[in-house]
Every structure is written in C-alpha cells, then in structure tokens.
Design a protein around this ligand. Structure first.
Ligand code: ADP
Ligand code: ZN
Length: 295
C-alpha cells in the first residue's frame, strides 16, 4: 500500500482573508481540508505545517495559490516570495522557502486566481477547452488565464484586476484603489461597494439599481478580455458574484457593448460562474501539485 499512499497531493489556497489547506488524490478528490483566517505568517504558517504534518512522507508535492503580488520568476532572487503586499506582515515573506524547509516536497507556486483558473480548466467549465479566463471579484479583483494548458505569464503574473474602466455616468464614487482610483478593483470589488453604501455588499438587496452599475463594470472587463484573448470561456467567481442576478445583468451589458463586432459563443456558455464554486482554488492547487511533478 505504501506506493498508493504516496500518491497524495497538497493544496494551499493562501487568500488574503483566509487560507484553505487540502489533501487530495490524483483524481482531484479532496480527502481532507482545513480553513483558517490569514493573520501573521508565524501563526498562519504554523497551522499550515500542522495540517500537513500527519501526511508527511505521503505527499508527493504541493500546489500553492497565493494572494499577491508574488514573485513567480524562477530565476529571480526573490522567487517564491510574497512581495509588496499591503498586508505588511507578509511583505517579502519567503513562502516557498518556508514550505520547502518544513515539508521537503516540490512546490508549484502561483497566484490564487491562477490556481482557481487552472482548477476550472482541469475540472470545471474549462474542461476540454483550450483557453479559459477566470476573474475573482471579492476583497480584491484578480484575473488569470490558461491557454493551451499553460498559465499565462510574462515578466510577472498578470494584474487584470487593475485594468482601467470608463466610469459609469451615474457613478460618482472615486474608487478605492490607492494606485489608480477607478480601475476595476477600485470601482467594483467588495470593499468598493461597501465604501459606497457604508455597509457590506451582501446586504445590498438583489434588486438595488446599483447592480446595473456593477454589471456595467464587469461587462467592460469581459469586453476587454474578449478582445484581448478571445477565450473559449470566461468564468467570474468571488464573493460579489454570489449576487446571483449579476451574471445575467453582465451578459446583457456585455451584449450591448459588443454589439455584433465579435461573434462569441452563446453567452450561456461563454460567461459563467465557477462550476467548482468555492473549490476552484483548492482543486486548482491540487492539479498544479500534480503538474509540478510533470515539469
Ligand atoms: P476573498 O476575496 O477575501 O478571498 P471573497 O471572494 O468571499 O473573499 O470576497 C469577499 C468580498 O465579497 C467581501 O467584500 C464581501 O462583502 C463580498 N461578498 C461576499 N458575499 C457577497 C454577496 N452575497 N453579495 C455581495 N458581495 C458579497
Ligand atoms: Zn488599481
């Protein structure tokens, strides 16, 4: 049985709000998981190490999807670090180094949204497709792309959540992004909605007129994404997308913006919320752990 036991993989969805650790098998079935809040590296990583401790010796590799920005350039001196995050305790934290020291297994290291994108590509709405775009609209907004089985990177990981948008003519809000004000994250993230209304986005009723404005911003994002990548599917996840009316509003707004310029797949197949729901990230991390061993 030893050989079989060995074929376990670890996943760490290292979000800015919470961490989810999981153990899974080659079929990407999650065998055990644990979630805890993101506090300091000392506290949070201790919980990570404790979680994996009992599987030590049986884990072949671990995939990590981390909040960023992070350094993913293998040749870089700071590869494996979280870099200049606003979460000060995590600034310049050598995440991959800490994991390698504690667990001595190969680590696949990427952003949280890339991991979620890969999860949908392997086991969700992207399965069998060549190109998948994934956005998360939550505490921040981030985007990731998988094309021909590869996570798209350049000199670094993409920062799609900070694309600039045209302000909606009924929106006076200045935006919360300290770098750009009215970028996608600045205008449409959960905290941006909360700042507009002085209460959490989940307390805004489904028929509030604001959702048409939110949909307009997300439709601009989808429009830009369509023109840039012509992906086979665009998946929108994250807490804000739990407003179930939003997806249809985005489809309609996208249709109006695009007109007949680009003939996309039908919108019911093209614009979706994640098939894997909140598991896209963790399953993506498990799949990336497996991918690490194939590299
Ligand atoms: P994170 O981005 O921290 O990983 P989430 O994707 O859950 O976590 O995003 C959290 C954000 O989503 C918060 O700003 C929260 O107010 C917002 N949110 C969560 N649930 C809903 C909901 N049902 N409707 C609108 N906004 C929501
Ligand atoms: Zn920005």
């Amino acid at each position: 049985m030893k050989g079989v036991d060995k074929m376990l993989y670890g996943g760490i969805e290292a979000g800015g709000t919470k961490f989810v650790c999981g153990i899974g098998n080659e079929q990407l079935q999650v065998i055990e998981r644990k979630s805890f809040p993101t506090t300091t590296p000392e506290e949070t990583m201790k919980q990570v190490f404790d979680f994996f401790d009992k599987y030590k010796g049986n884990i072949a590799s671990i995939g990590v999807g981390a909040f960023g920005p992070i350094d993913i350039q293998i040749e870089s001196r700071t590869y494996g670090y979280i870099t200049n995050t606003p979460k000060l305790a995590w600034q310049n934290y050598h995440f991959v180094g800490a994991l390698e020291n504690a667990l001595s297994v190969p680590i696949y290291w990427t952003t949280d949204v890339n991991a979620a994108c890969y999860g949908e590509y392997m086991a969700g709405y992207g399965k069998g497709k060549n190109s998948v775009l994934y956005y998360t609209v939550g505490t921040g907004v981030g985007g990731g792309a998988v094309v021909d089985g590869k996570i798209v990177t350049g000199f670094s990981h993409p920062e799609m959540g900070h694309m600039l948008l045209q302000r909606h003519n009924e929106d006076q809000f200045e935006g919360i992004c300290p770098f750009h004000h009215d970028c996608l994250e600045g205008l449409a993230s959960g905290p941006a909605i909360e700042k507009r209304f002085g209460r959490k986005a989940q307390t805004i009723s489904f028929d509030h007129p604001y959702w048409a404005i939110e949909a307009d911003y997300l439709a601009q994002c989808v429009y830009n994404t369509t023109l840039l990548y012509a992906p086979e599917v665009i998946i929108l996840g994250g807490g804000v997308m739990k407003q179930l009316q939003l997806l249809e509003l985005i489809r309609q707004a996208f249709k109006e913006k695009m007109g007949s310029y680009v003939d996309t797949p039908t919108l019911e197949e093209y614009l979706l919320t994640p098939m894997l729901a909140d598991d896209a990230g963790l399953i993506g991390c498990l799949a990336l752990a497996i991918k690490k061993l194939e590299q």
